[in-house]
Write a protein that binds this ligand. Structure first.
Ligand SMILES: C[S@@+](CC[C@H](N)C(=O)[O-])C[C@H]1O[C@@H](n2cnc3c(N)ncnc32)[C@H](O)[C@@H]1O
Length: 222
């Protein structure tokens, strides 16, 4: 199955309902971490990569974003996002590796748990830098490579497709593993400089080695 389209099946439906249930009784550590690194987005034009149901678009609009756009590779997720957001035309079926946005269209690009589905980040970094204004900000929360290592059968450097049972094992997702230096590749530093980095200090029960669940990166477009 195509990893970038897995949310089209029952997974998308389950993800949305389990996420709602899960965060009704606990804080959303990843969103909190992203908010620590995000600049003031009042009056800004924002893109949410992997917007899912539109949950973060709603948040960014409530924080005063002038325009908030979302892309997702899942038709199901885009259909759901369009139902939930104020401007349905701003939710678009697209892969971040190649979008139809204009050069320098965005002040801020945010990605909550969407980038690690890619095999590598080279095309995506280039595309994000194209659509960001100079000094524009990229903030992404991604699955922590150290947590992925705990699920791997092969060496750290060997990419594997792993399964993660999200939200108490109720949503079975798969994605390729990554090393830390894939995130901070020469291409990353060609287009961005690193301006912030947070490691999760907590962990979910589905995390077998009790490592950090995720890491959050803030990059500024050169
Ligand atoms: C874990 S969900 C996160 C959804 C939402 N950001 C949230 O935090 O609830 C990951 C989403 O990213 C989308 N996605 C994965 N790879 C993508 C890519 N290359 N470009 C755009 N969306 C992508 C998936 O289809 C899925 O809807």
């Amino acid at each position: 199955m195509d990893i970038l389209k897995q949310y089209d099946g029952i997974i998308g439906k389950k993800y949305i309902s389990q996420q709602k249930q899960f965060f009704s009784s606990r804080k959303d550590r990843a969103t909190n971490a992203m908010q620590k690194l995000l600049p003031n987005i009042k009056g800004k034009i924002v893109l949410d990569i992997g917007c899912g149901s539109g949950r973060d678009i709603i948040l960014y609009e409530s924080l005063g974003a002038k325009e908030c756009w979302g892309i997702d590779t899942s038709k199901y997720m885009i259909k759901e996002a369009k139902k939930n957001i104020t401007h349905p035309e701003r939710a678009i079926l697209s892969n971040i590796e190649k979008t139809s946005f204009k050069n320098k269209q965005f002040d801020v690009v945010a990605a909550r748990f969407s980038m690690h589905y890619l095999k590598n980040f080279e095309k995506a970094y280039k595309e994000i830098s194209r659509i960001l204004k100079p000094k524009g900000v990229l903030v992404m929360a991604v699955d922590h490579p150290i947590r992925e290592l705990a699920s791997k059968k092969k060496a750290y450097k060997v990419q594997e497709i792993i399964h993660i049972g999200l939200y108490h094992g109720k949503v079975d997702l798969k994605f390729p593993t990554h090393t830390v230096d894939e995130y901070f590749s020469p291409t990353f530093f060609k287009y961005f400089y690193l301006d912030g980095f947070l490691e999760d200090r907590d962990y979910e029960s589905s995390n077998p080695k009790k490592t950090a669940d995720f890491m959050t990166i803030k990059a500024i477009r050169r």
